[in-house]
Design a protein around this ligand. Structure first.
Ligand code: DSN
Length: 482
């Protein structure tokens, strides 16, 4: 279809949808319209966000949403699931083909859900527990208090070793306030304080002492590559299952930028991901695994998950079909080229980056050099039209709430079409804002960790330059809402 025909078809589809919604609750139609306007107007550098295609978005708004489909294909708890079976098997087929996985489970609603499914699958495969066996074959609602008590006794204190949150790991890799830190007796590995890089020998030593059932690799704020061959070697040495959470970099794996030792799928027994970050699909999760884990993973619903979302599985199938196209490889490579250009632009202007650069889609900027907390930097940048999120850095003196870092990612702006020269200008804008921002004074008379002061003329000027940059790369150029 030519571009003007596509433009007219997509515009008609979204306009008609908004008209229908407006007829019932106009405030919802307005909020949806405002969201696209806001996204079009902002310089989005949130490393975990992207812009899904019109086809992906439209695949979610339909009648598949009305269907219950607990269970899996061929083993449903509801009748009438043939169309759900079709979209679920298409999504799984595309996922297996892209990632070279022997099994794909596409029901998880999010990355956290995918990780919970994976944890239960590993426990169920590895731990001798009659109570767990019973739990797996019955609906969770049918389990008695005694069943649950026995399950807890039999599972005991299984051990998990995951990357610490401040080193770039994720909440679900055993952070104490998260359920993963309560399900397991947990210990963390970090990064080398001098370099910020993963220290495989320290990790090997911890694994030898701790003897975990599962080692979790993967990250949400580590700007370098992880060698999954070494991770598997360590896991094998201590008898652990290697689980990799590739939520952040799944698009780089799909796009064949991360291959060999840096592709988790050939090395880990189980890999989880979200589908909406660098993979550019709908908001959701997915689990890939070796054949021995497949039946355990497939029990995710109803063991761990509520009813699957068939409309989202349909959108996953569409997004994964897109990721199988050759141009997705070029997209994935541009994400990394852009992140490197952004990192170089910042460092040339004197900024300090955790690990001194990046090899993937994200940059972790230590804003303590600007004498700011992450929270102040995040707010000052937002005032100036640059959307980022604050993030802890290793051994962060300001903790996980105020933080000393800003995480910047390039998947979204790369989708929009911005390239390396725009990244250099963005580095300049970020540097201008952070140099001109100061901590406000708190009521105690000390510098505040939360409030900042930035001259409005500076933020307005940066916001204008950001808008000029974006004007050359319209978001959803084929969607005109009138
Ligand atoms: N919230 C995601 C992120 O921003 O990295 C991870 O869950």
């Amino acid at each position: 279809m030519n571009t003007s025909a596509t433009k007219s078809t997509e515009s008609t589809a979204f306009r008609s949808a908004l008209d229908v919604i407006r007829g019932v609750e106009p405030r919802v139609a307005d909020a949806i319209g405002q969201e696209i306007a806001d996204q079009r107007a902002s310089l989005k550098l949130i490393a975990s966000e992207n812009y899904a295609s019109a086809a992906v978005l439209l695949a979610m708004g339909n009648w598949l949403s009305d269907k219950y489909a607990e269970g899996t294909i061929g083993r449903r708890f509801y009748a009438g699931c043939r169309n759900v079976d079709t979209v679920e098997s298409l999504a799984a087929e595309h996922a297996r083909a892209i990632f070279g996985a022997s099994h794909a489970y596409v029901q998880p609603h999010s990355g956290i859900d995918a990780n919970l499914v994976a944890f239960w699958a590993v426990l169920s495969q590895r731990v001798e527990s009659p109570a767990l066996q019973r739990a797996q074959v019955r609906h969770v609602n049918d389990l008695s208090e005694q069943d649950w008590a026995q399950l807890r006794r039999e599972l005991g204190d299984q051990r998990m070793l995951g990357m610490s949150l401040d080193a770039g790991g994720h909440l679900t890799h055993g952070f104490r306030p998260n359920i993963s830190g309560k399900m397991f007796d947990q210990r963390s590995y970090g990064t080398d304080p001098a370099t910020g890089l993963l220290d495989y020998e320290a990790l090997r030593k911890t694994a030898r002492e701790f003897r975990p059932l599962v080692i979790v690799a993967g990250y949400s704020a580590y700007p370098r590559l992880v060698n999954f061959r070494i991770m598997r070697e360590i896991a094998d040495e201590v008898g652990a299952t290697l689980m990799v959470d590739m939520a952040h970099f799944a698009g780089l794996v799909a796009g064949k930028v991360l291959t060999g030792d840096f592709d988790p799928v050939p090395h880990a027994q189980i890999v989880t991901t979200t589908t909406h970050k660098s993979l550019r699909g709908p908001r959701g999760g997915m689990v890939l695994c070796d054949p021995e884990l497949a039946e355990h993973v497939d029990r995710g619903c109803p063991m761990v998950l509520g009813g699957p979302l068939p409309h989202v599985m349909a959108a996953k199938a569409v997004a994964l079909a897109e990721a199988r196209q050759p141009d997705f490889h070029a997209y994935a490579q541009r994400i990394v080229d852009n992140a490197k250009a952004l990192a170089e632009g910042l460092m040339r202007r004197g900024a300090r980056l955790v690990t001194g650069g990046t090899d993937n889609h994200l940059v972790l900027l230590d804003v303590s050099g600007y004498e700011l907390t992450g929270r102040q930097a995040e707010a000052a940048l937002l005032d100036s039209g640059v959307v980022t999120n604050r993030n802890a850095i290793p051994q962060d003196p300001n903790g996980a709430w105020y933080t000393s870092g800003i995480r910047l990612g390039t998947p979204a702006l790369t989708t929009r079409g911005l390239g390396v020269s725009e990244m250099d200008e963005i580095a300049e804008l970020i540097d201008i804002v952070l140099r001109r921002t100061e901590p406000a004074t708190a009521a105690s008379g000390k510098p505040s960790k939360a409030q900042h002061v930035l001259d409005e003329a500076v933020s307005a000027q940066v916001a204008r330059r950001a808008a000029d940059l974006l004007a050359a790369y319209p978001l959803y150029p084929t969607v005109d809402l009138g």
